[in-house]
Design a binder for this molecule. Structure first.
Ligand SMILES: NC(=O)c1ccc[n+]([C@@H]2O[C@H](COP(=O)([O-])OP(=O)(O)OC[C@H]3O[C@@H](n4cnc5c(N)ncnc54)[C@H](OP(=O)(O)O)[C@@H]3O)[C@@H](O)[C@H]2O)c1
Length: 333
């Protein structure tokens, strides 16, 4: 079978299509014929050598869906013919984050391969109404948004959520908040993307290029009170404004590092407003399953921007790099 590998160095130019031996499932493992995969910003970091990874060679990508084609003799959770997605952290099944993480396409081989073997515990069935590409979009971005708002944020109907940008995590956050009955404010660099966000249920939109003080706009839109939740993907460049935009006792999900990973930030708003700052690291398998139930119930459809054939996977990374996408960039096997 064929797989993309980072062999002895990182970098997009180092991504190589290689022949590997067909994998064979062990007693507790399943063999999956991959059908679709999805890219995350994190995979760009992996490729660029900016993410902790296992020694090379490494097969990248955490997110993918496929059909179970063979199972080991002790496998009971799935059967041949089932359509399954890999879970992002193979060690996090339920409860709190385990001490040792095992993320696909980072700490262990990922899913940018025609066939993948995973432990039976490391996969979940996906909602039937989704296409393969839509289902492949779920493991990292959607579970992260679900964990941020529905699990850690305990979002309630009528609350206001501010979502930054129109990338993968942000659009899932918008969709979950909308069906949960929340009011959603979306920021973006592009009016066209904001128009798309409105079609997905955004109640208010702010172009952060034209309105760089979008925190003031969020305060104005909430009558001076501030928003209940911020889905913070920008990092150091946006956190000070998020701290300003959130209400007293409000909640900020610290998710992204789009503008870097360290900053000098005033403690004052956190203390004086008793802000709850919650770091998020994707989520567990049980969160993924709970989210899938909600996606199936509401017939939610992930937003797929563009699909590239497996043979053109490097182009998909280049496309993601440009940042013109709305929602997810996928690969079809
Ligand atoms: N902690 C976790 O578990 C976890 C999980 C998944 C992702 N992440 C992180 O979350 C971030 C987003 O990931 P993703 O996969 O959703 O990325 P993505 O699909 O590449 O989306 C990035 C989008 O963010 C928006 N953006 C960029 N700079 C911004 C800024 N200064 N203010 C507001 N929006 C800005 C842009 O939207 P517009 O074009 O609309 O402006 C851009 O399209 C990344 O840093 C990623 O590493 C973390």
């Amino acid at each position: 079978m064929r797989a993309y590998e980072l062999r002895d160095k990182t970098g997009l130019d180092a991504l190589t299509l290689a022949e590997r031996e067909d994998p064979v499932p062990g007693r507790e493992e399943v063999l999956i014929q991959m059908r679709a995969a999805a890219l995350n910003y994190r995979d760009k970091l992996v490729l660029n050598g900016l993410y902790p990874i296992m020694p090379l060679p490494l097969i990248p990508l955490s997110d993918g869906v496929g059909t179970v084609v063979a199972v080991g003799e002790h496998v009971t959770r799935v059967k041949p013919g089932d359509r399954v997605a890999a879970i992002f952290d193979q060690n996090w099944l339920s409860g709190e984050l385990p001490e040792k993480s095992l993320s696909l396409g980072g700490q262990t081989d990922g899913v940018l391969a025609q066939q993948v073997v995973l432990p039976q515990d490391g996969v979940v069935r996906v909602p039937e109404h989704l296409t393969d590409e839509e289902a492949a979009a779920l493991p990292c971005a959607a579970v992260t948004a679900w964990s941020a708002l529905m699990v850690r944020g305990t979002l309630k109907p009528g609350e206001t959520v501010l979502v930054q940008g129109t990338g993968g995590v942000s659009l899932f956050a918008l969709q979950f908040a909308h069906v949960a009955g929340a009011r959603v404010i979306v920021t973006s660099s592009s009016d066209e993307k904001l128009e798309q966000a409105r079609r997905l249920g955004a109640d208010e939109t702010v172009n952060y290029q034209r309105t760089p003080d979008w925190d003031q706009e969020a305060l104005r839109l909430t009558g001076g009170k501030g928003v209940d939740h911020v889905v913070e993907v920008g990092g150091p460049a946006t956190l000070p404004r998020s701290l300003n935009a959130v209400r007293i006792n409000g909640h900020i999900s610290l998710i992204g590092v789009l503008s870097g990973s360290s900053a000098e930030i005033s403690m004052h708003p956190m203390l004086f407003k008793q802000i709850r700052l919650q770091g998020i690291y994707v989520g567990s398998r049980s969160m993924f399953e709970q989210m899938n139930d909600a996606i199936a119930l509401h017939k939610l459809k992930p937003v797929i921007d563009r699909v590239f054939p497996f043979e053109h996977a490097p182009e998909a990374f280049r496309y993601l790099e440009k940042g013109g996408h709305v929602g997810k960039v996928c690969i079809r096997f």
